[in-house]
Design a protein around this ligand. Structure first.
Ligand SMILES: [Zn+2]
Length: 207
């Protein structure tokens, strides 16, 4: 892949179109939203939210996972990004965005020997196992499509709950300073389903 043409095109078109905006962003950012999404190449946060540069603070990892809060001396990339977005940038909204055909969620159902070559991924995905366990109790049979969707959605719900284990997030949610949204984005249709607390269901959003 040769990016020289793309970089030049960006400078001459998109950048020039928004030159003032980029100049204003030159010394500071003030994003309103923390977007937690999957690393999947098909999920493009700024596109699906129609956001401009400077609006979204983004952290992405396999299967859009929020690790449970804990004090640690390890290098915790997702936890650090969440902390910075909330404590320093004071975002007002957090979106956890799962998506259809998520390879991370699908891997939960693979035999461990199939994941031998990707031990770090396998270990990381252990954080999403509770979603799989719940889904296995909810549906029986071999309806793979239903299992896939439900796992992706249950995984989002789990991550919404994990966010509440972060003391500084719980405090802000309780004070209505932060709103947390859970999304399931369908790649082939462009639809986004949002988790509704009242119904406990994902409902088509933005119609
Ligand atoms: Zn994914």
């Amino acid at each position: 892949m040769d990016y020289s043409h793309s970089v030049k095109k960006f400078r001459l078109t998109d950048f020039e179109d928004k030159r003032k905006h980029f100049e204003n962003l030159g010394r500071r950012q003030n994003p309103h939203t923390l977007f937690i999404g999957c690393s999947d190449s098909r999920v493009v946060p700024s596109l699906i939210t129609q956001s401009a540069p400077g609006e979204l603070f983004i952290v992405r990892n396999i299967a859009n996972i929020v690790p449970p809060y804990r004090d640690s001396v390890e290098f915790l990339s997702t936890t650090a990004a969440i902390e910075y977005a909330v404590q320093i940038l004071n975002v007002k909204t957090i979106i956890v965005c799962g998506h259809s055909n998520c390879g991370g969620c699908a891997a939960l159902y693979q035999d461990s020997y199939e994941l031998e070559k990707i031990p770090h991924t396998r270990r990381w995905l252990e954080l999403a196992l509770p979603a799989k366990e719940r889904v296995m109790k909810m549906i029986s049979g071999t309806d793979h499509a239903a299992r896939e969707w439900l796992t992706e959605q249950m995984n989002v719900v789990d991550q919404l709950n994990q966010l509440m284990t972060y003391p500084y997030i719980k405090e802000r949610v309780d004070d209505s300073q932060i709103k947390i949204l859970g999304w399931h984005y369908l790649i082939p249709t462009g639809d986004i389903y949002q988790y509704e607390d009242d119904s406990g269901q994902f409902e088509l959003f933005g119609t």
